[in-house]
Design a protein. Structure first.
Length: 207
């Protein structure tokens, strides 16, 4: 995709890409037909219509064709931009800062279904068979997190829009591991699919 296209001026849209030639040929054909229909009888008897009326008869199809070409080009640009900023790519860009984080980060949609996790999430919890497209409270249950902490998580997230569980104890790879879980609601007025919840597990075992 060529991004400079989105900055094209009205003049470039109207007079570039062969639009004038197409509009001129259309005006010649359609204008002649309309002139013949509207003024043919008068012309045959020698009563020629006012030149301005004839000129307008040709100008209308020229302008209509030009406008159609402009809107078509604009729609093409919009489609290309939308393709570039599709949901998957925007989520990937928004999650970029978490990819190399030392914490185990996740992003879930408004229904708390996990959309994305970073590599550390999988490394922290290697026993999980599935980490995306899963209801996050169910994922917490699969991790082995006690039901009372899951209840606290859902309650605080619904009421406050954020939650902090300072101590989560899990037994992983024959070791007792301790994490803190921080989660918060996210909102974005430009990209609705970024509305949801994000959070991270911080390993505080050695703390």
């Amino acid at each position: 995709m060529e991004f400079h296209k989105k900055n094209q001026s009205f003049v470039e849209l109207a007079f570039g890409g062969g639009t004038p030639v197409k509009a001129f040929l259309t005006a010649c054909v359609v204008g002649t037909i309309l002139t013949s229909i509207n003024h043919g009888d008068d012309i045959l008897v020698g009563n020629y219509p006012h030149p301005l009326k004839v000129a307008l008869t040709y100008c209308v199809p020229y302008c209509v064709t030009t406008w159609g070409a402009i809107t078509g080009k604009l729609q093409s640009i919009i489609n290309n931009v939308q393709e570039f900023i599709n949901e998957k790519k925007i989520v990937e860009l928004s999650f970029f800062n978490f990819e190399n984080a030392i914490t185990a980060a996740y992003f879930a949609d408004e229904n708390l279904r996990v959309v994305r996790v970073n590599n550390n999430f999988k490394r922290f919890f290697p026993y999980l068979n599935k980490t995306t497209e899963v209801y996050f409270p169910d994922l917490l249950k699969n991790m082995g997190i006690p039901s009372d902490q899951i209840t606290t998580f859902k309650r605080d997230l619904n009421k406050k829009g954020k939650v902090f569980i300072p101590r989560v104890e899990l037994f992983i790879d024959d070791q007792n591991k301790i994490f803190s879980l921080l989660s918060t609601k996210t909102t974005n007025k430009n990209f609705g699919y970024l509305n949801g919840f994000q959070g991270q597990f911080v390993d505080i075992t050695s703390g």
